[in-house]
Every structure is written in structure tokens, then in C-alpha cells.
Design a protein around this ligand. Structure first.
Ligand code: CMC
Length: 391
């Protein structure tokens, strides 16, 4: 059986070779396919970044036009899928619904791809449909009329319109809101071998279909230590706002090793300095709230909490800085997205990254079924005891 090396949490284990995302946790660097995240957030769109992550290069005009046509052509979902939504209990978490619906796509669209062109289609279909499914689940959870995608709208515009338009109160698309959403999604695009991406690769390594692998990624993202942190941050800030806890109490509790409480939105497995995405989302947050004339008490609390924590010896010595989730929820609130949908928004953003990583793993000449080993700590061999002799 050979010698087994333990690496709890795989903190020092490289699970694959990848050409997609570069991270330097000491310096706070993040690049997709070589392009700095700061440049992509400033100049690109989510649609273009999705193309870049999946295909490796920024698209030409012709390529992006074809990508848009495919996104548009595949944006509707099978009408029978609507019945599914109606059968989830009203209080179901949207992440559970999304994960199930993505898995169900395989039943509605059973044909999977063989050629490169067909792979383009299933990939674009998934990106487009996940956005429609997310908006539809919101509308159905409210008992509202479902709004269909429109061919004249961009990816982000379409999502906002499907979320907030209504037959009696037309939604006015604000370019600043569209921009904020686009940057939010770009910043979540990929993050190398994080928990959900590793889930996609691991499940995918058994050669399941793309939908099943992505559904596993969505389930993995749900956890509060991973993508669920954006919801957990807002809930934490809300508790402080409702005076259930003071900022200082939150900081002190996070430092207490006998208390399981952690400062949500703080710390990262790879970044040991400021998360480069946090700087960008904070700017987006400030700009959007000013533009929309929103005075969010949670933003004031978050800023004070950050100031106290980053000057505190515990947080300094543990290299704990605010991560992207610390401010992203405030942006989503300003857009009008309900807190329960925050992690779904993360999933929409991370989808191109998951797809790119799945595609890369499928094309990897060194591909192997993922199958880690263990160090067995259970009982050694013993004889079966009949039930009447058990004590
Ligand atoms: N508050 C207080 N202490 C913390 C925190 C925190 N948020 N994060 C880590 N620590 C402490 C931890 O108690 C431990 O202390 P000690 O060494 O004294 O026992 C030390 O820092 C190392 O913690 P760890 O859990 O071994 O480190 P990790 O690399 O496994 O943790 C993390 C990464 C993200 C799970 C963790 O920082 C955390 O739980 N943060 C809060 C949840 C959160 O914001 N998650 C979103 C991550 S960014 C979005 C994404 O990409 O998923």
C-alpha cells in the first residue's frame, strides 16, 4: 500500500496542473489566464471574462459575437422544469434548488458533446441557463410572474431584468447597477483549486457529465466557510446592527479559542495579505451606494469592524484580512438581491471557472480518477458478535 502522507485540508497538496488562474497569496496577486484581476475588473465584461477563462484567450469581435448568440439561443429553459420549482417547499434555500436544477438539466438535455463545437454549445447553454434558473427560482419563491430572457439585453442586464421586472412595474436598467454586477461576477470568476472547484474536478474525475460535476460544485460552495460566507457576513453585520452584539464583542469572540465564532469575511487559505478582490469590490460598493444614494448602516459597521480588526494583534499575527465576501454582500443588497440569494450570485460568477477547470481536467493527458488514501484509525480485526451477546 506504500507510504501515505497526511496533509489535512490539502493545504500543501497540488491536485493538478492548471493554466487558468495564478494566485500569489503572500503578495495578494490574482490573474486569470495571465491578465491581472484589476485590469479585467476595469476594462472587461463578465461575458468576455467567461470566454477568457473557458477558452484561454480574450475573444475577437467575431468570437464574442458567436458566444453572445449562443448565450442568447440557450437562455430559455424547458418549460417542464418550472414544475420542479413549484414542488420545493417555500422556505428551501436557493442553493439547494440551484444544485438540484443543474443536476436535472442532464435529464432535459441528455445529449452531451463529442466535438469541440458541441462542447461550446453545452458550456454556453449551462452559463445561460444557470442565470435563467437563478432568476426564475427567485420569482417563483415570491409567487411572482416569471420573466423570460430578452435577446436585446446583455448577460447582466438580462439577469437583473428577469429578477426585477414585472408586468405591472417595468424595471429600469441602471448602467451603474449593471456595471457593479458585472464586476462582482468577474471577481468571482475563478480562484484555482478552492473547495468547490476541487469538488467539480473530483466528481468530474469519475467522468460524470458536466451538469452533475457543476451541481457538486454548487453544493460545495454553499458552506459558510466558502461561498456561503457572503450571506454569513450580512447576517453577522445584521446582528451587530440590531444590537445583539457589539463590534468589540464580535472581535473578542473571534479571538477566543473556546468560542467557535469567527469573523465572517475574514481570513483566507491562500491570501496571507489583503485579498486583491476586496479592494476592487470595496470601490464598487462605495461608488454604487453613492450613486444610488443609499446609506447602509451595515457598510458603516463593516468599515469600523475592519479598522478595529486589521489593527488588532491577533488578526495581524494570524494574517487575517477582509476577503471578498466582507463587502460583496453590501453591493448585492444595494442591487436589491435578497440575502438568501447571495451565494447563488457567487455560483453564477464562479460557473465559468468551474467549467474551465472541468474542461482542462477532461483534456489533461495525465488525467486520473481522483482517489485519495487515508490513515486507518479504526479497530483491528475482531469477530462478529451475535445481537443477543452484545452489551
Ligand atoms: N476569525 C477568527 N480567527 C480566524 C478566522 C476568522 N475569520 N479565520 C482563521 N482564523 C484563525 C483560526 O482560529 C486559526 O487560529 P489558531 O492558529 O490560533 O488556532 C488560524 O486563524 C488559522 O485558521 P484555519 O482555519 O486553520 O485557516 P484556514 O486556512 O483553514 O482558513 C478560512 C481559511 C477561510 C476557512 C478561515 O479564515 C475562515 O473560517 N474564515 C471565515 C469564513 C470566510 O470568510 N470564508 C470565505 C473565504 S473567501 C471566499 C472563498 O473563496 O470561498
Amino acid at each position: 500500500t506504500g507510504f501515505i502522507t497526511m496533509d489535512p485540508g490539502f493545504a500543501n497538496t497540488g491536485s493538478c496542473k492548471s493554466a487558468i488562474t495564478f494566485m500569489d497569496g503572500e503578495k495578494g496577486i490574482l490573474r486569470y489566464r495571465g491578465y491581472p484581476i484589476e485590469q479585467l475588473a476595469e476594462h472587461s465584461s463578465f461575458r468576455e471574462v467567461a470566454y477568457l477563462l473557458i477558452n484561454g484567450e480574450l475573444p475577437t469581435r467575431k468570437q464574442i459575437t458567436r458566444f453572445s448568440v449562443l448565450l442568447n439561443d440557450h437562455s430559455l429553459i424547458h418549460e417542464d422544469m418550472r414544475h420542479f420549482f413549484g414542488n420545493f417547499p417555500r422556505q428551501s434555500h436557493p442553493m439547494g434548488i440551484l444544485s438540484s436544477m443543474v443536476n436535472a438539466l442532464k435529464s432535459f438535455y441528455p445529449y452531451l458533446a463529442d466535438t469541440e463545437e458541441e462542447i461550446d454549445i453545452i458550456v454556453t447553454r449551462l452559463i445561460s441557463k444557470v442565470r435563467t434558473l437563478a432568476a426564475m427560482s427567485y420569482k417563483i419563491s415570491r409567487g411572482h410572474t416569471v420573466i423570460y430572457p430578452r435577446p436585446d439585453l446583455s448577460y447582466c442586464e438580462n439577469f437583473l431584468n428577469m429578477m426585477f421586472d414585472s408586468p405591472v412595474r417595468p424595471y429600469e436598467i441602471d448602467p451603474d447597477v449593471v456595471h457593479a454586477l458585472s464586476v462582482f461576477l468577474i471577481l468571482h470568476g475563478d480562484h484555482e483549486q478552492n473547495c468547490s472547484t476541487s469538488a467539480v474536478r473530483l466528481v468530474g474525475s469519475g467522468r460524470v457529465n458536466l451538469y452533475a460535476a457543476i451541481s457538486a460544485g454548487i453544493a460545495a460552495l454553499w458552506g459558510p466557510l466558502h461561498g456561503g460566507a457572503n450571506q454569513a457576513v450580512i447576517e453577522m453585520l445584521g446582528r451587530i446592527d440590531r444590537k445583539e452584539m457589539t463590534i468589540n464583542e464580535a472581535v473578542e469572540r473571534a479571538k477566543d479559542k473556546n468560542d467557535p465564532f469567527r469573523l465572517m469575511g475574514f481570513g483566507h487559505r491562500v491570501y496571507k495579505t489583503y485579498d486583491p478582490r476586496t479592494k476592487i469590490i470595496k470601490q464598487v460598493c462605495d461608488r454604487l451606494l453613492t450613486k444610488l444614494n443609499i446609506n447602509d448602516s451595515l457598510l458603516d459597521i463593516a468599515q469600523t469592524l475592519e479598522d478595529i480588526a486589521v489593527n488588532d494583534e491577533y488578526f495581524i499575527s494570524h494574517n487575517l484580512y477582509p476577503n471578498i465576501d466582507f463587502y460583496s454582500g453590501i453591493v448585492l443588497r444595494a442591487i436589491g438581491i435578497p440575502t438568501s440569494m447571495f451565494t447563488v450570485m457567487f455560483a453564477i460568477g464562479r460557473l465559468p471557472g468551474w467549467i474551465a477547470q472541468w474542461k482542462e481536467s477532461m483534456e489533461d493527458p495525465e488525467w486520473k480518477l481522483n482517489r485519495p488514501r487515508q490513515i486507518f484509525t479504526g479497530p483491528q480485526i475482531r469477530d462478529y458478535v451475535p445481537i443477543e451477546k452484545r452489551t
